[in-house]
Design a protein around this ligand. Structure first.
Ligand code: ATP
Length: 438
């Protein structure tokens, strides 16, 4: 029986990710750094597959999607215009007894300190979460810059540049994948709340009269994305923000939430931002960011629907959602049930014994020409090698055995069912390509 994945412990997942080479704590050998993580080979491959799936999912028939990559540091003036210098705060409170610090809106102050149980709180203060830096060598002349807390603003400040060069018509979207930085008061739950993370954001620019329809369109489309990458849709829900919850820029926001082992939490935000950002940047920079509508012969500032998801939070979701435990041949087994197009390694090629390494490697090299994300693994018993591939979520294992030498076939083992079948050597490439289709 496969286990209920809502009960996967975070500690188990963290240690599996470390043991198998997905994710390590940053500067591990120096004791790590809270809220920072490094991605190793399998983590990089998995994240890249998610990025690709996200890019593919933006395609639509209503308008073009174009891409950009902005700088990570932005000038102070830009972050004043966007409202982040004034508003990007979280409430912070300290326990005077045990000195632990908390986000005041994440705990019930009346119940006492979650760490020591005492009720000796400091005042609740606000804390700006942007990382501030000085740009330039001479301190006296250095200007203030901020590491971006979201990628969206680089899209807004480039709106006119893109609009006038990309040969696009309204409506259209600008998408960006890139790093964002937030000095979170209490980074926690592994990749859920980090201080350096990656965002995948798409800003959809449309005429004001089309913005409500666009918001609904993107809400539906974003749900289809989670289905396409194989997330259990009974653990996904859409939650509309209450009026008092809305950010300073938003007219309407829906969160896509996932049922993590620690409860329902935001995975993606979909926001109707109106023309707040373009108007603010226009006002502060003095540049006209309106567009001209040929049909009505009038100018207007486009409105924006934003879809924003963190790559790392999505990766964590995919890990939780695909984590399985079962029993195979009387032994407990752990595996990730990734969809083949999401799996970091698509297939493993295993000679049954060392003696068969050469012909098995020839097959591996042939497949690698068109499917590079595959592995070749020789040492260890075949059972152990299967388990290792199961643990990293490899959907297919091809084993080259003695029969391969005589009848030109290999066995292919299915990760989820562990069932095996024999296929002809010259069918392997075709077989895998077929399985990798989305
Ligand atoms: P939360 O309420 O969880 O702090 P938020 O509402 O501040 O999130 P947004 O500003 O809407 O988040 O950011 C968009 C997306 O970026 C989030 O849905 C999430 O996937 C991701 N994200 C935001 N903050 C972090 C973080 N500290 N670590 C990892 N991912 C994050």
């Amino acid at each position: 029986m496969t286990s209920d994945t809502t009960n996967v412990s975070l500690d188990n997942l963290v240690s599996l990710c470390k043991r198998r080479g997905f994710i390590f704590q940053t500067a591990d050998i120096y004791g790590g750094m809270n809220g920072f993580y490094d991605f190793s080979h399998l983590g990089v491959l998995l994240k890249e597959n998610l990025r690709q799936a996200w890019k593919d999912s933006l395609y639509n028939e209503q308008g073009e999607i174009v891409f950009m990559e902005g700088a990570v540091v932005g000038p102070e003036a830009m972050w004043i215009a966007s409202g982040h210098v004034q508003n990007f705060h979280d409430p912070m409170v300290d326990c005077m007894a045990c000195k632990h610090r908390f986000r005041a809106d994440h705990i019930d102050l009346a119940k006492g300190c979650p760490h020591c149980g005492k009720s000796a709180w400091t005042e609740v203060r606000t804390f700006n979460m942007m990382f501030k830096t000085e740009v330039g060598a001479a301190q006296a002349h250095a200007s203030v810059g901020y590491l971006r807390p979201e990628t969206a603003q680089s899209i807004f400040v480039n709106f006119k540049n893109i609009y006038s060069t990309a040969r696009v018509k309204i409506p259209f979207g600008v998408a960006q994948i890139g790093k964002a930085f937030r000095n979170e008061i209490t980074p926690r739950q592994f990749l859920f709340r980090m201080r350096e993370f990656e965002q995948m954001e798409m800003e959809w620019f449309c005429a004001p009269q089309d913005s409500v329809q666009a918001f609904e369109f993107w809400c539906k489309k974003r749900l289809a994305f989670y289905d396409a990458i194989g997330i259990d849709m009974s653990k996904i829900r859409m939650r509309a923000h209450e009026k008092d919850e809305l950010s300073h820029y938003s007219q309407q926001t829906n969160d896509v939430e996932y049922l993590f082992p620690f409860g329902w939490r935001e995975l993606e935000g979909i926001a109707h931002r109106g023309n707040y950002d373009l108007s603010q940047h226009s006002k502060h920079s003095g540049k006209d960011l309106s567009v001209f509508d040929e049909a009505t012969q009038t100018s207007y500032v486009p409105e924006v629907v934003e879809c924003s998801v963190g790559s790392d939070r999505l990766l964590l979701t995919v890990l939780f959602d695909n984590y399985r435990e079962d029993v195979v041949e009387n032994e407990p087994r752990t595996y990730f049930a990734f969809k083949p197009h999401i799996a970091p390694i698509k297939a493993a090629f295993l000679p049954l014994v060392k003696k068969l390494e050469e012909p098995a490697r020839a097959l591996f090299n042939e497949v690698k020409k068109s499917i590079p994300q595959i592995q070749f693994d020789v040492p260890g018993s075949i059972g152990k090698r299967y388990r290792r591939q199961d643990e990293i979520g490899t959907p297919y294992c091809f084993t080259y055995d003695f029969d391969s030498e005589t009848n030109g076939t290999v066995t292919v083992r299915n990760r989820d069912t562990t069932a095996q079948e024999r296929i002809a050597l010259d069918q392997v490439v075709h077989y895998l390509h077929d399985k990798l289709k989305k």
